[in-house]
Design a protein around this ligand. Structure first.
Ligand code: UFG
Length: 333
């Protein structure tokens, strides 16, 4: 099928494009390259520069792709990855998050309604849950975000559901837990300046690019006092999107599903796992604003509805990110 991947030059978007192409789909990418990279777009995908906050950038792609030049074959599914996603940044710059994340989705939905495109796969987040008792998150649990990032994604989820009801649109909303790792080819991975995520920072420390790794907070209500998260390899996550698109095409239903492993690891446990492989100096530092103590996926729904099970472990994720970063260093020499 023909799929438009909005934000397909970014980290998760580019990995999803690789998996869609491996599964035999025709892929079109729209990206403004604000954080994405043109060279991360798979060479077999068609690339359009554009900003989803500008409706005409989107309808232009819909129109070109359904024209005779492309055998009058319209886009059947849209996937949305074009969001800002750094929790502490959202706390200090909430308006930028509302503008990019919420307004971007509103404009995208308007363009889809206008051109009668009926299927959307949307990247949401575990941050919509907030601080749940025990930290295990089920899709039907109360959503009560504790940071602006989670609030903007929840607002988008609700907007999508209202638009779906009014305009007969189908959606697959995936709530991601902590995504890391790189494609097995090492052609793509999380490659950007000012990294903030735990696994790339641990690996940069292992590679000697940083003196120390700082653990943010040691007094959370968790077994070792550090925050607990559920880590998922980006390739496993991307493969779930291939299944999500098939689901939308083969059924008339919509779906909200967590994408995680179902296992929680504390920051200290991640560090210990990395130290089993590499040397990683570390120090404790104060808490970071906006961090919930625990976020762990209940994955029953995605197993049952899509038959999806992650294949790669935390050790695979750590090694994969390390290998990607080592390759980047070799390129720079
Ligand atoms: N952490 C450290 N030191 C660091 C970096 C992170 O201790 O140098 C800790 C954080 O405080 C947090 C944990 O590692 O407790 C994970 O932090 P990340 O920044 O790697 O990821 P987040 O959990 O904040 O957020 C990520 C994505 C969100 C997504 C969320 C879902 O960025 O988009 O996972 O759990 F919503």
């Amino acid at each position: 099928m023909k799929i438009l991947v909005v934000g397909g030059a970014g980290y998760i978007g580019s990995h999803t494009v690789y998996e869609l192409i491996r599964a035999g789909h025709e892929v079109v990418v729209l990206d403004n390259l604000a954080t994405g990279r043109r060279d991360a777009v798979h060479p077999d995908a068609r690339f359009y520069w554009g900003d989803i906050r500008n409706g005409r950038d989107i309808t232009r792609v819909f129109d070109i792709e359904s024209s005779a030049e492309f055998k009058n074959k319209p886009i059947e599914v849209v996937m949305h990855f074009a969001a800002k996603l750094i929790v502490p940044e959202s706390v200090s710059q909430p308006l930028a998050y509302y503008e990019n994340n919420v307004e971007g989705v509103r404009t995208l939905l308007e363009a889809m309604v206008d051109r009668d495109i009926k299927r959307l796969v949307f990247s949401s987040t575990a941050a919509v849950y907030g601080e749940l008792e025990g930290g295990i998150c089920r899709e039907d649990d109360l959503t009560c975000p504790i940071n602006p990032y989670g609030e903007t994604k929840l607002a988008c989820e609700k907007m999508i559901q209202w638009v779906s009801a009014a305009h007969d649109m189908q959606y697959c909303i995936f709530r991601y837990f902590n995504v890391a790792g790189a494609d097995a080819s090492l052609a793509i991975g999380l490659d950007k300046d000012n990294l903030t995520h735990i696994i790339p920072l641990v690996m940069q420390t292992a590679l000697g690019l940083r003196d120390k790794f700082y653990i943010f907070g040691s007094d959370y209500d968790t077994p070792d006092g550090t925050c607990v998260r559920d880590y998922i390899h980006v390739t496993d996550l991307a493969q779930a999107h291939v299944l999500g698109a098939d689901y939308l095409l083969k059924t008339s239903d919509s779906l909200i599903a967590n994408l995680g492993s179902g296992d929680g690891y504390s920051v200290k446990q991640v560090l210990d796992a990395a130290q089993g492989l590499f040397e990683v100096p570390f120090e404790y530092a104060p808490r970071r604003p906006g961090d919930p103590a625990r976020l762990i996926a209940n994955t029953t729904r995605v197993h049952e509805m899509l038959g999806w099970h992650p294949q790669l472990s935390l050790t695979d994720i750590l090694k994969s990110d390390y290998d990607f970063r080592r390759k980047l260093m070799q390129k720079e020499v």
